[in-house]
Design a protein around this ligand. Structure first.
Ligand SMILES: Cc1ncc(COP(=O)(O)O)c(C=O)c1O
Length: 432
């Protein structure tokens, strides 16, 4: 008899973590398990779900598309669902972005963005301009290139040999200010490090990549809009591409469709994924300007972008994305996000009074609190205790170490969201 084939679960430790819960169905903000539990999904299943699990409109669109065309090679071919998607996205993405490249997920959307920036200058016979700048606390995915631009963390630690060198500069992490200033006196001094680097090395640098306004996996760090505005201005001044990784922030998470709308900036390259299909199917998209693309518009075949994934532009995923955007058109999605933001603000204000709470942060549909512990960071000993505590009370939250955050689907009810915060409050009072 051969051994059973077992699922190897992501971001999980097979010795230390409890066995996975078997989910039989999900609806709205609730996940139903085989042992009869109803768990509130307060993190949108890794930040992908927008309009609720099993949203009937998206489910129907996928089923309809599946009866017509499920997938076709996108090299040399196109199809209606993909063409509809570019037309629909036109309304939402900054108008300077005029070209869209499909990939599979957030990591590959980032890989594409980095490769476009590097090859752009290569095609223009400027191969020396290939270096990348990224932020402290950044996270851009788990493939090798995305890992390289991500900051060092337990996720990257075994793979130092696989990460290419990147310039790392300060992030505007105000609670743990990198330049040691008090919040009141801050005039975005942390951006000076980038300024100096670009002054010195602009000729060699192809791109700066940032998670705009909100660094997710690095600890739900919210940046002042001026920080992003300043980065945009510096990139323009030094002829360096700004790549915004909106994999997390896209599709309403910040209260605007994209984080760059909040800061009123437009990137040269923008990566999106996660919410693009409403959380139904995997898809990555990298958008770029005419200027980026112009270097590839050449009679030299070697100037082509030789990159593509088998399922690039998958028709089912495009149908899901179109249905997702139709919901943005038809339903009061931004009112829902505002409702969530109001509850975040109210409950975080109350939580700030607890001495165990060091900082609270909020942006649109995201609410987070950083707890005071002796061992901050992703591997904080508090994390598994909190995770289990929440799950025992039927709330799915996956703290990033000592940072607890709530990022629910937009259709979560006020009662459900208050329940999530009641459980967090109980945890703060009893575990710490
Ligand atoms: C900002 C950001 N970029 C990229 C990624 C990677 O996306 P994926 O997990 O779909 O590869 C993530 C995932 O959390 C992310 O938050």
């Amino acid at each position: 008899m051969s051994s059973p084939l077992q699922i190897w679960h992501p971001f999980s430790n097979s010795v230390l973590d409890p066995p996975p819960l078997r989910v039989t169905r999900a609806e709205g903000a609730v996940v139903y398990t085989a042992d009869g539990r109803q768990i509130i999904d307060a993190i949108s299943s890794w930040w992908v779900n927008l309009h609720g699990h099993a949203n009937p409109r998206i489910a129907a669109a996928i089923a309809k598309q599946g009866q017509k065309l499920e997938q076709v090679i996108l090299a040399g071919f196109t199809h209606d669902a993909a063409e509809e998607l570019v037309t629909r996205l036109r309304k939402w993405v900054p108008r300077e972005l005029t070209h869209l490249f499909f990939s599979d997920d957030g990591s590959t959307a980032v890989e594409v963005g980095l490769k476009l920036a590097v090859q752009h200058f290569q095609n223009l016979s400027r191969p020396e301009k290939h270096e990348i700048v990224a932020l402290e606390h950044g996270y851009h995915g788990d493939t090798a290139g995305a890992m390289s631009v991500s900051d060092e963390s337990p996720f990257t630690q075994p793979f130092q040999s696989m990460r290419y060198p990147v310039h790392r500069v300060h992030s505007a992490y105000c609670y743990r200010c990198p330049v040691g200033l008090k919040r009141e006196s801050c005039h975005i001094e942390c951006v000076q490090q980038l300024e100096q680097l670009l002054e010195e090395r602009a000729e060699k640098i192809a791109a700066v990549i940032v998670e705009p306004l909100l660094q997710g996996a690095g600890g739900m760090i919210v940046h002042p809009a001026e920080f992003l505005e300043k980065i945009r201005a510096l990139c323009t001044k030094h002829d360096i591409f700004l790549i915004t990784d909106e994999v997390l922030t896209g599709f309403g998470r910040t209260g605007k469709m994209f984080a760059c709308d909040l800061a009123n900036i437009s990137p040269d390259i923008m990566c999106v994924s996660k919410g693009i299909t409403g959380g139904f199917l995997t898809m990555g998209v990298t958008l770029s300007t005419d200027r980026v693309q112009a270097a590839f518009h050449s009679e030299n075949r070697l100037h082509s972008f030789y990159h593509g994934h088998s399922y690039t532009g998958n028709a089912l995923a495009c149908a899901a994305a179109n249905a997702n955007l139709q919901i943005f058109d038809d339903e009061p999605v931004f009112d829902r996000i505002r409702g969530i933001a109001k509850i975040h603000a109210e409950r975080l204000r109350q939580l700030r009074d607890f001495h165990q709470v060091g900082d609270t942060r909020q942006l649109g549909g995201l609410g987070a609190l950083e707890l005071r512990v002796d061992d901050p960071g992703y591997l904080s000993s508090l994390r598994p205790k909190l995770y289990n505590f929440f799950l025992e009370r039927s709330v799915l939250l996956r703290p990033l170490g000592n940072v607890v955050y709530v990022l629910p689907p937009y259709i979560i009810s006020p009662d459900q969201l208050h329940r999530v915060y009641d459980v967090i409050t109980e945890a703060v009072q009893t575990i710490l």
